[in-house]
Write a protein that binds this ligand. Structure first.
Ligand SMILES: OB(O)c1ccc2cc[nH]c2c1
Length: 242
């Protein structure tokens, strides 16, 4: 997978040289390039923002540098990337979207700052490539960079060969519409607290059932919205009686 990121703070992405993402880059699974938006400015002050039409606080990112940047990184006529634009006004970023993005050959991330990017940039880009405005949640950051780091980690870990233990993806939170069950390791008793006996029984059927019940109970308690979204067939008949 090829990933291009455009930002006025490229140094935000230094952490992408570390750990599993760093290894994915070294192995060639992930080809990542970070670009400074100011590369596509032509004035002595390398200006990327201006005052908003209609008034209001703050500044808006000018369309010209963005237009040139997106044309340089997604040249007309080539196979277009999918453009991802983090914004508080975007669609929710979910594990399902992470899986969708992990199947894309080329992702292009546009990191907004200030009050955001002139909307015409996204509208013009949409005439040439798929554009997804995406939000991490109902809160507001200083800009898109942190959101891109989160999205890139969620997507990269789904790429073949990145996670050493592929099984880790099977029962993690959101893998099957539920939160994951609690996990334990040695010692069997720690500060007077004992690991649930069933997990030390060796009965894999009972263990699987316990984990399923715990996952369901956690999800009901913490994320009832996820329960409402579960397809009926996901709920065991015994659970329906609950
Ligand atoms: O919260 B966010 O995901 C986010 C994304 C982009 C911009 C641009 C200016 N503030 C932003 C916030």
């Amino acid at each position: 997978m090829r990933v291009d990121v455009v930002s006025i703070f490229p140094e935000y992405f230094a952490p992408l040289d570390l750990s599993l993402i760093g290894r994915a880059r070294a192995s060639g699974t992930l080809q990542l390039a970070v670009h400074d938006l100011r590369t596509w400015t032509h004035d002595v002050h390398r200006t990327v923002d201006d005052t908003p039409y209609g008034g209001g606080p703050g500044m808006v990112m000018r369309p010209e540098p963005w237009g040139e940047a997106l044309e340089a990184l997604a040249p007309p006529g080539g196979n277009p990337p999918r453009l991802l634009v983090p914004t508080p006004a975007g669609a929710p970023f979910t594990q399902a979207l992470a899986h969708e993005l992990a199947a894309e050959p080329h992702l292009l991330f546009a990191c907004g700052r200030y009050e955001g990017i002139d909307q015409r940039v996204l509208e013009h880009a949409a005439s040439r490539m798929p554009v997804t405005e995406v939000s991490l949640g109902d809160y507001v950051l200083f800009g898109g960079e942190v959101a891109v780091l989160v999205i890139l980690e969620a997507v990269t870990r789904l790429l073949p060969g990145v996670l050493g233990n592929v099984g880790s993806l099977d029962d993690e939170s959101h893998a099957h519409g539920l939160l994951e069950a609690p996990m334990y390791t040695k010692p069997a008793v720690w500060r007077g607290q004992e690991v649930p006996t069933v997990l030390r029984s060796g009965d894999h059927g009972k263990i699987a059932r316990w984990r399923r019940d715990e996952a369901l109970a956690r999800t009901v308690a913490r994320r009832p919205d996820m329960i409402a979204a579960l397809p009926p067939e996901c709920l065991d008949p015994r659970d329906r009686a609950a």
